[in-house]
Design a binder for this molecule. Structure first.
Ligand code: BGC
Length: 336
């Protein structure tokens, strides 16, 4: 009798535990299973691996990718390092390859680290589209993103057009180890190289964070107090540069050009604290990258190099730009 009772209690407890685990599946080891069965209901399972998950610029790429995923019945995961970190980025990419997803969207931020993994994914039948930064020597099937060298060249030309006389330039760049950041610097250098009046005094790394950009700007100004112009090559660099200028040098008015039309950058452009922005199209990158993976999965052969547009935005063109691109740059709540 006792034994029966114990057995009954055991079964009861087991059932309750099982029920709870199923119910709170999202928080237990069922999460992977849930993701997998979710993926099964949809045509394909793709993953988008950003440089850092909480970065506003990547959230816009994610938004584009999610909208395309909905249209094409794709199960989309967005997984990456919380803060930019090469080791973690590569580890996540490798894990997703082992997980046998149907398609991967990732940066080709460093040939050394990414090319072998991209090729490994291809060997396993996983389609790969590089987005935002290319790995041209890998076997990736498509690149969707800015022509980073050309965008850097545009920035250099803008500096030449917008300034007169001698300019001493400080560059704040996202990462020294990122190929697309290096291309943006090289393009800029090539554009200004022949002009004797332009001198590039120094370059520092921000680690693609605002606080990093503040520190980089501070260090540049300490080493080169005669700087008259700044060039920021990643989305949050302009914010750091503008912050240091308004606190450390409130009476100076250096020329500032930076990348990306994030809402805060556009506010600074409106207020005249930033002079020009190199526009990229992150929403389109995300959207088109998903579309290209779908094409590849259907056995089609889309164009390998798909550059999204980039151009220079100045204060006088801001209202028109916002009207034409409403909601595409994380600016939904901005007044018209
Ligand atoms: C770059 C991204 C980078 C972001 C950082 C953008 O300009 O294209 O690669 O992750 O800046 O905030």
């Amino acid at each position: 009798m006792r034994q029966r009772f114990a057995f009954f209690v055991f079964i009861l407890l087991f059932s309750v535990c099982f029920f709870l685990m199923m119910y709170y599946g999202e928080k237990t080891f069922f999460v992977k299973k849930t993701a997998k069965s979710e993926a099964k209901k949809q045509a394909y399972h793709f993953v988008l691996i950003p440089e850092e998950t909480d970065n506003e610029y990547w959230r816009i790429i994610e938004k584009g990718a999610r909208e395309a995923a909905e249209k094409y019945n794709v199960y989309l995961e967005y997984l990456g390092p919380k803060r930019a970190n090469m080791g973690e980025h590569v580890r996540i990419l490798d894990k997703e390859i082992a997980g046998k997803v149907d398609g991967i969207m990732t940066q080709g931020i460093s040939e050394d680290h990414f090319t072998p993994l991209i090729n490994k994914a291809m060997d396993r039948g996983i389609s790969v589209v590089t987005v935002d930064a290319d790995a041209p020597y890998s076997r990736r099937e498509v690149y969707v993103g800015t022509d980073n060298y050309a965008a850097g060249f545009l920035a250099g030309q803008a500096l030449l057009e917008d300034t007169e006389g001698k300019q001493v330039v400080g560059i704040v760049t996202g990462r020294f180890d990122a190929s697309h950041q290096r291309l943006r610097v090289q393009g800029f250098r090539d554009a200004v190289e022949k002009e004797k009046r332009i001198e590039i005094a120094g370059i520092k790394e921000s680690g693609i964070s605002k606080t990093g950009a503040v520190q980089a700007t501070y260090d540049l100004l300490k080493e080169h107090p005669d700087i008259t112009a700044f060039y920021g090559t990643s989305a949050l660099d302009g914010l750091g540069i503008a912050r240091v200028i308004s606190t450390m040098r409130p009476n100076s008015d250096p020329y500032i050009i930076t990348f990306d039309t994030l809402p805060e950058n556009m506010d600074l452009l409106r207020d005249g604290k930033i002079d020009a922005i190199v526009v990229q199209h992150p929403y389109e990158m995300g959207y088109r990258a998903v579309e290209m993976l779908v094409e590849l999965k259907k056995g089609n052969h889309p164009e390998r190099l798909q550059y999204t547009q980039s151009h220079i935005l100045r204060q006088r063109d801001l209202d028109q730009f916002l009207k034409e691109n409403k909601g595409l740059f994380g600016d939904e709540d901005d007044p018209d």
